[in-house]
Design a protein around this ligand. Structure first.
Ligand SMILES: C[S@@+](CC[C@H](N)C(=O)[O-])C[C@H]1O[C@@H](n2cnc3c(N)ncnc32)[C@H](O)[C@@H]1O
Length: 282
């Protein structure tokens, strides 16, 4: 049975959403790949519709995406990303290659390259040209063009040969990919044997009171801040809702095992607000 937090909030009255009294958790997390592929936040959309809506979100917020990450997480996303980079432990030997899927504006890629002493090569793959454009500008500003390349493509169908990469990272991206199960199968295919998948994603808070505070912050503060900073509250309403529809720690671990990954593990951060999932292609 789904437990309610008792925190009422009113979703935005948008074209597709009527303002209804609800609770932050009463919609429930998705329990199958089919449900994930048609869950656009709390809204159920038609087969094939979710990707277009997600693309609109990131086209809309791309230019202010990085500054919003700092505000929404009060800077914590930097620590979560650092933990992922430490776990990835990029090799300092030349030739180490990594793929950062749903890489957006390049944050993970740049950190991996710096952690390798600028020897690693990272491919940033994203379906959204606006996000990649910001990433290209950042790479140029930091002199990282020789270490990072940008590919506009879908995580569900990767344009790379089997066994190409030493590591595959995806940070706050997998829950936006409609057919997440296909994306994980593709991750397995393009990793070299011995390669590691690392996935950073919002998850289920397991600390009493923190869960209530987190719901209050997510539903009452983030969309209005999104409106003030990007002029777009609806996109941030989607982002906080999508977090609640994403499978919890154990649920996502099952998706990884189903895709073939072994030694699947996760580590909670900030009380489970975020989990770092890892698995190996052995
Ligand atoms: C929340 S952003 C994460 C960006 C970056 N990884 C970070 O941590 O800052 C989610 C990204 O997922 C991308 N995305 C959504 N659906 C995708 C798909 N099917 N294939 C590849 N990227 C996708 C979006 O375009 C967006 O850039």
């Amino acid at each position: 049975m789904e437990l309610s937090t008792g925190l009422d909030y009113i979703p935005l009255d948008t074209q597709n959403r009527k303002a209804v009294m609800s609770t932050a958790t009463d919609k429930g997390r998705t329990t199958s790949a089919e449900q994930m592929s048609t869950a656009y936040g709390f809204e159920q959309v038609g087969e094939g519709e979710k990707q277009n809506k997600v693309n609109d979100v990131f086209h809309s917020v791309a230019k202010r995406y990085d500054v919003m990450n700092d505000i929404m997480s009060v800077g914590a996303h930097r620590l979560w990303k650092d933990a992922m980079i430490n776990k990835a432990a990029p090799s300092k030997r030349p030739g180490w290659r990594s793929l950062d899927v749903a890489g957006g504006t390049g944050d993970i890629a740049f950190r991996l390259v710096e952690a390798s002493g600028r020897t690693a090569h990272v491919t940033v793959l994203d379906i959204n040209g606006s996000m990649l454009q910001v990433g290209r500008q950042r790479a140029a500003a930091d002199g990282l063009e020789d270490h990072v390349d940008f590919v506009e493509a879908n995580a569900e169908s990767l344009p790379f040969a089997n066994n190409s990469f030493d590591a595959y990272t995806v940070a706050f991206g997998i829950r936006n990919v409609p057919r997440m199960d296909h994306a994980l199968e593709e991750a397995y295919r393009v990793l070299k044997p011995g390669g590691q998948l690392l996935c950073l994603e919002f998850s289920e808070v397991d600390v009493p009171l923190l869960d209530k505070f987190y719901d209050l912050w997510s539903f009452n503060a983030i969309p209005p801040i999104g409106r003030a900073v990007t002029g777009d509250a609806e996109s941030y309403q989607y982002l906080v809702e999508s977090i609640r529809k994403f499978p919890n720690q154990e649920g996502f671990a099952k998706y990884m095992r189903n895709a073939g990954f072994e030694r699947v593990n996760y580590r909670n951060m900030s009380g489970g607000i975020v989990a770092l999932h890892t698995g190996w292609k052995l």
